[in-house]
Design a protein around this ligand. Structure first.
Ligand code: FAD
Length: 403
């Protein structure tokens, strides 16, 4: 098959494959059994440059671009879906927010250490009242008290919230001001009092790379850690979610590919009635449907990433790509499990784990319904998805601008 990626990007992908095979796969089950966060592996991935693709070399990035970032995430997910959960906090949402809106001081202090894997990041937006209506549901407040803010409230479903050294957290500084009342903060939970994280049990997800509920009780954030101005938080997070959708879409694509790889291998190995089951046409039908969906998803994800590299409006395409890739991950996980028969449920194989993570792809970074609403409202002319493009006043996230 012809490789659709440039030589440079294919070489990056191959280096990720080697890293996953030599550094991560031999030890990841051990971390899982001990329910231990793989800090050393995060550091190694950071040192290898896998978290820095969309950031300039001046801040420790590789400036390889959004397509490279998508391919890295995809390849990590393809090899071990647990480890890919380091990617959004380390290379996506958290450093992206700092790059978009941070002062030079904030960028220089936090960004190189986050993408270098020295600091563990997070991005905490969702609250118990509803992730799809993050603004309406937000009860967490931030009150200025001299040189610090005091944050009170709670957050749900924060990936790596119990390991975080420096992350982004959204709170209301002016609860009556709608989207203009939300402010983004760089929070340092290990440095300041008032922060408690409790891991949330989630079916089939890793015990080593956890999601947590956060409880904030006069949690201290220095004023110098406010990201942008008071009231800028919603604008920043909307921009972050746009690139996050491409990242989550790439994760979903990696999950789909892993399911496909395993299904093809198993269909060739499993012999029933004297033939490998891959010889049976109903199994072939499943394999063909998986292959078609994966090709379509990869075209969409790579195109969305290339649009971002070119500085083109991407919101609509990112939603389409994320929607398609998350549906493809679910489809491929279901079909792979069918092909495995009863063994699709055995923990000896990774299919059952990939199936749980495929479900997560449908919820994270905007649910399927939320993506459909965005796509339809754009098509119907109610709310053009890319209406804010080029008008946010934030730093450029395009590869051409970042280099
Ligand atoms: C493992 C995991 C990790 C996560 N990590 C993070 C993280 O790091 N940071 C963070 O901030 N959040 C994180 N999240 C939260 C995630 O973004 C939310 O779960 C997601 O936004 C959905 O919110 P919700 O679960 O509250 O569902 P709800 O918003 O309550 O939605 C429930 C259902 O209603 C549907 N719905 C909503 N609005 C409409 C509508 N207008 N029309 C039709 N249907 C609608 C939704 O599609 C969904 O099916 C994580 C979640 C999980 C499960």
């Amino acid at each position: 098959m012809v490789d659709p990626l440039s030589e440079e990007i294919a070489a990056i992908r191959d280096s990720v494959t080697r890293f996953m095979q030599t550094e991560v796969l031999p030890v990841m089950d051990g971390y899982e059994e001990r329910a231990e966060f793989p800090r050393e592996l995060v550091r190694k991935a950071g040192t290898a440059g896998f978290y820095g693709s969309v950031f300039p070399e001046s801040v420790g990035g590789t400036a390889a671009g959004h397509l490279a970032a998508a391919v890295i995430v995809e390849e990590i997910a393809r090899h071990d879906v647990r480890f890919v959960h380091t990617c959004n906090p380390q290379s996506g949402t958290c450093p992206t927010a700092i790059w978009l809106a941070g002062t030079d001081r904030q960028v220089s202090i936090f960004l190189p250490r986050l993408i270098g894997g020295e600091l563990v990041g997070m991005m905490s937006l969702t609250e118990a009242g509803g992730g799809s209506d993050a603004l309406g549901a937000m009860q967490t407040t931030a009150r200025r008290d001299g040189d610090v803010y005091r944050l009170n409230g709670s957050k749900m479903w924060t990936t790596l919230g119990d390991e975080c050294d420096a992350g982004i957290l959204l709170a209301k500084t002016d609860p009556g001001a709608g989207s203009r009342g939300v402010t983004a903060f760089i929070v340092e939970p290990k440095k300041y009092p008032g922060y408690t994280a409790k891991p949330i049990g989630a079916m089939g997800l890793s015990k080593a790379l956890r999601v947590a509920a956060l409880y904030l009780d006069d949690f201290v954030v220095p004023v110098e850690n406010r990201l942008g101005e008071e009231g800028d938080g919603f604008k920043i997070i909307m921009q972050v979610l746009q690139s996050g959708r491409v990242v989550v879409g790439a994760m979903a694509l990696g999950i789909a590919r892993a399911c496909f790889d395993d299904a093809v291998r198993y269909a060739n190995e499993r012999v029933l009635r004297g033939s490998p089951i891959g010889r049976y046409q109903m199994i072939q039908s499943e394999i063909a449907e998986m292959a078609v969906a994966i090709e379509a998803s990869s075209a969409l994800i790579y195109q969305a990433a290339q649009y971002m590299d070119a500085g083109r409006a991407t919101n609509r395409l990112a939603s389409i790509a994320k929607y398609h890739a998350s549906q493809t991950a679910k489809l491929c996980a279901d079909k792979a499990q069918q092909i495995f028969g009863g063994y699709g449920l055995a923990t000896e194989y990774r299919i059952s784990r990939y199936k749980c993570y495929a479900d997560l792809m449908v919820a994270g970074e905007g649910t399927v319904n939320v993506q459909k609403i965005l796509i339809a409202e754009d098509a119907l002319g109610y709310k053009p998805a890319d209406r804010h493009h080029g008008r946010t006043g934030l730093r450029d996230l395009a590869h051409r601008g970042a280099a």
